[in-house]
Write a protein that binds this ligand. Structure first.
Ligand code: AKB
Length: 336
């Protein structure tokens, strides 16, 4: 026994990851932070945002109010926390970005450059940054849009994501910074609410269906878009960040896909659970953004390089969303 212990040598050097999540109170952060805390330990994950905080994020672990637009603050937080991984989620989304294109560009680009630069200065710091299907535009293939396609985005958000992808690749090639990225489709979640996206209807619809039994959709009934359920999105993010460095062949951002559906199709699926659910349509400026995006995505590079497989299709996602939201409502009523 003693000899065995005496001879024991660790085969790989283990290091404790220290993680910083920016934009932690947004739609992705609200679900990614708990997943990271479960995986790495709550003492090793710092959630940060410049907005008022989500209560759970503060109660359940480390939280710092910080503005990622300030490079000095960012570098200080990273160095005090001994950060080895950054998940940079802060961004202005597609629809909101169109009301202030310059502001959206400044925030999306400057914050990314601040993160890339701060990570480059640290030794061995890995970065995750979300890109989006918004990098594609009207001239991209509509169905099964490939990893490499014509990209002429129609929104300032899309332009910033496309430029951001090139910055990520540049930092990888020029400085060896290990930046990893996914082109998320529309994300559907029950904990975090989206804010300012074109695909937000696919989340809002559940809240209205449960509260009022109806929904007035801002897209036309047959506008089909690629989507992904948040549990799949969180898993994809963790899997990409864990993937073998040598297997990654895409250093811009990986195409990612879960399912595609139109407002009419999701309404029909909701009606299987809430038969009286009523849907009306009042398309606005977001319709034009939606039709500039592909209807489905070819994610074979993600499947090949790091084994991506989605779990949820439309039916399973709708059942789970309704079950989770009903459970949350029940809990809030009980403890209110
Ligand atoms: C949006 O609608 O802007 C986002 C996205 C597709 O990136 N959900």
């Amino acid at each position: 026994m003693f000899t065995t212990l005496y001879n024991w040598q660790p085969t790989i050097e283990m290091r404790t990851e220290k993680i910083l999540v920016t934009g932690a109170c947004g739609q992705i952060g609200t679900e990614l932070v708990p997943a990271l805390r479960a995986k790495y330990g709550r003492e090793n994950v710092i959630a940060s945002d410049r907005h008022p905080v989500t209560e759970d994020l503060v109660r359940d672990g480390l939280y710092v109010k910080a503005d990622v637009m300030n490079p000095v603050t960012l570098e200080r937080v990273m160095s005090h926390g001994g950060v080895t991984q950054v998940y940079h989620l802060a961004a202005v989304l597609s629809a909101k970005g169109e009301s202030d294109p310059r502001g959206a560009w400044d925030l999306n680009m400057q914050s990314l450059l601040n993160v890339l630069e701060a990570a480059r200065k640290r030794k061995d710091c890995r970065v995750f940054w979300p890109s989006s299907i918004a990098v594609f535009g009207p001239s991209s293939p509509r169905a099964a849009c490939p990893q490499q396609a014509v990209m002429e985005p129609a929104t300032v958000y899309g332009i910033s994501k496309l430029a951001g992808e090139q910055w990520c690749r540049y930092y990888f090639e020029k400085y060896g910074l290990d930046v990893r990225s996914l082109r998320y489709p529309g994300l559907i979640s029950y904990s975090g609410l989206p804010g300012g996206g074109t695909t937000d209807y696919a989340v809002d619809i559940f809240h209205r269906a449960l509260e009022k039994g109806d929904y007035n959709c801002f897209l036309k009934p047959d506008t089909c878009l690629p989507m992904l359920y948040m549990p799949d999105a969180v898993r994809a993010t963790l899997e990409l960040m864990d993937a073998d460095f040598d297997r990654l062949t895409v250093r811009t951002a990986y195409n990612l896909w879960g399912m595609s559906f139109s407002p009419r199709q999701i309404a029909e699926e909701i009606r299987k659970h809430i038969p009286d659910f009523k849907m009306a349509y009042a398309p606005d400026f977001r319709q034009e953004i939606a039709v500039s995006w592909p209807t489905s995505i070819d994610d074979r590079f993600a499947r090949r390089d790091w084994g991506w497989r989605q779990e949820f299709e439309l039916g399973a996602m709708v059942s789970d969303m309704l079950r989770q939201l009903a459970a949350m409502k029940e809990k809030n009523t009980r403890y209110a």
